[in-house]
Design a protein around this ligand. Structure first.
Ligand code: ZN
Length: 188
């Protein structure tokens, strides 16, 4: 649900993300500069540039000498990395829990895992594919690429490498029993 405080950028990216299993980042989280510590270095941009991008994200402030498409592209990358961090907060993890329990992230392709729900992960499997998200199955503890390849700007980095580990630390009761016949194909 959009609010009157929401910038055009946030309304736009939330509509884009809704179909890509990202969750809207709380505005208070976006406004807290602590949460973006180090993102300038990760993206190889200056701290000033990062603050300009945050002004664009939060308040639609555009820079007169900046190409809009370029600005938007950089803002998506910043927003994506903040999303990976937001997922690890209590509020983020609770929303991930809903998506996971409803099977929204998909199911393990391994027959032996019997439709086990999975979580997104940034596993950086070679070769790197910027528009790809990988999935982690907690039953066989394997990582898979999702078959679908899209032109969506959303990548594994928007979910981070630590999501499954943090998720099952927060909700240990949701961790399934490890699949015994890991390497075997079980026919029913
Ligand atoms: Zn599995």
């Amino acid at each position: 649900m959009s609010s009157i405080d929401e910038s055009d950028f946030i309304t736009w990216i939330n509509s884009l993300m809704a179909t890509r299993l990202m969750i809207p980042i709380d505005l208070y989280f976006l406004r807290d500069s602590f949460n973006r510590t180090g993102i300038d270095k990760m993206l190889n941009i200056t701290p000033t540039k990062l603050e300009e991008l945050m002004e664009f994200i939060i308040d639609d402030v555009e820079l007169p000498d900046e190409d809009y498409d370029e600005l938007n592209k950089d803002a998506v990358e910043v927003y994506g990395l903040l999303h990976a961090r937001f997922l690890l907060t209590e509020r983020g993890l609770n929303q991930v829990r809903d998506l996971y329990e409803n099977g929204e992230y998909g199911q393990c392709p391994r027959h032996a895992c019997d439709g086990q729900n999975v979580l997104p992960i940034d596993a950086q499997l070679p070769p790197p594919e910027p528009n790809h998200v990988q999935i982690y199955c907690p039953k066989c503890e394997e990582i898979y690429r999702i078959g679908e390849k899209t032109k969506s700007p959303i990548s594994g980095a928007f979910f981070g490498a630590d999501l499954p580990q943090t998720f099952f630390m927060a909700f240990p009761e949701l961790r399934p029993k490890r699949s015994v016949h890991k390497a075997k194909c079980v026919t029913k």
